[in-house]
Design a protein around this ligand. Structure first.
Ligand code: UDP
Length: 334
């Protein structure tokens, strides 16, 4: 088992939770992040931190060398479907070109294990549900396309250079741990936006599209607890594990159902306004995670929407400004 892991993007939402859980599992973890989306205060105080950018080959090489990395776990990417529809170049530059820098530096450093955060957006609107790994890959936004391009590079680096890789296609990450939660400087995601309304930081929640071909007309997504995603990464580090895996719970919830779950958990009514569809949003995405269960032994521990929303609500209530108040401290526990 590699026990020295370099986590790229370990100051972000999913990355920071993964860092916590890798440390708890006994790995030595170093974090590399450019802090463009992540927060210094989200980085576990047990992990050494390198502030650096994947555009800068030298700083990647230094982090790989100084951390004595035996495995790389790569979360750093731009991840917003809507933004990718207006700024596709940003997505191809950062997620593909800068990602290639990381892959090449990884090979040059002699590291032969790589775990990659991919997305269900690589598939586009699926022809059947739940979505298994063998579905056609036809992304309908530059975000999904950029992640698919990285997956293809990974496969070739595996074939040609012997890199052992695991890529996880996450469905919709949700929830929090006591320490780490979801704080984006510009929040576009559904659950944190609904919780901001519950915290009275926003007057209402916007529903993007009510004319989709779904029972209540709103988009359906498969939500997965962020700690369950992190556990999959811990399992992926087991030597010999390789491949592409979908990660979700196999249950889809509409935007209106998510809002209703937030109302149950927060105990109040969430005012909503309906808006036009958001470009690039497929109507329904629901995972089959059977392959991850069979091949990696992955089992979600928080499969219900209410559990996910409850942990998110706890974190948002105890961090009403997210990491902002902690931003002057160099690390969470410092
Ligand atoms: N959504 C919404 N209001 C919001 C944020 C998101 O109606 O304030 C919808 C969005 O259009 C999509 C679903 O909620 O159908 C999930 O969006 P999110 O951005 O959370 O995740 P994505 O599926 O884009 O990764």
């Amino acid at each position: 088992m590699p026990n020295s892991v370099l986590v790229i993007g370990g100051a972000g939402y999913i990355g920071s939770v993964c860092v916590e859980q890798l440390l708890d599992a006994g790995h030595a973890v170093t974090v590399f992040d450019n802090l463009s989306e992540g927060h210094r205060a989200a980085v576990d105080s047990r992990a050494p931190f390198f502030e650096g950018d994947l555009a800068d080959l030298e700083s990647i090489a230094r982090a790989l060398c100084e951390s004595r990395a035996e495995a790389v776990v790569h979360f750093a990417a731009n991840t917003l479907v809507g933004e990718s529809m207006t700024h596709p170049g940003k997505y191809f530059r950062n997620n593909v070109a800068n990602g290639l820098n990381l892959l090449e530096a990884t090979m040059a450093a002699g590291v032969r294990k790589f775990v990659f955060s991919s997305t269900c957006a690589i598939f586009g609107p699926p022809e059947r549900l739940p979505m298994t790994e063998d579905l056609p890959q036809q992304p309908i936004n530059p975000y999904g396309e950029s992640k698919l391009m990285f997956e293809r590079m990974l496969r070739w680096f595996g074939d040609v250079h012997g890199l052992e890789y695991v890529a996880f296609r996450y469905f919709n990450a949700a929830g929090a741990t006591t320490q780490c939660g979801e704080h984006h400087r510009i929040e576009t995601h559904l659950i944190p936006n609904v919780l901001k309304v519950a915290l009275k930081q926003k007057p209402n929640c916007e529903i993007f599209g009510t004319d989709y071909p779904t029972p209540d007309g709103t988009c359906i997504r498969d939500y997965i607890h962020v700690t369950d995603i992190a556990q999959a990464h811990v399992l992926a580090l087991t030597p010999g594990k390789q491949g592409f895996y979908n990660l979700g719970n196999g249950e889809g919830y509409s935007v209106r159902e998510v809002i209703a779950a937030c109302e149950r958990v927060c105990g109040g009514t969430i005012p909503t306004v309906t808006k036009p569809r958001r470009p690039g949003d497929p109507p329904r995405l629901v995972a089959s995670a059977q392959k991850a269960a069979t091949e990696l032994g992955w089992r979600p521990r928080f499969p219900t929407l209410d559990e996910m929303v409850s942990t998110a609500w706890e974190w948002h209530r105890s961090h009403p400004l997210g990491y902002e108040l902690l931003s002057t401290t160099k690390a969470r526990a410092a």
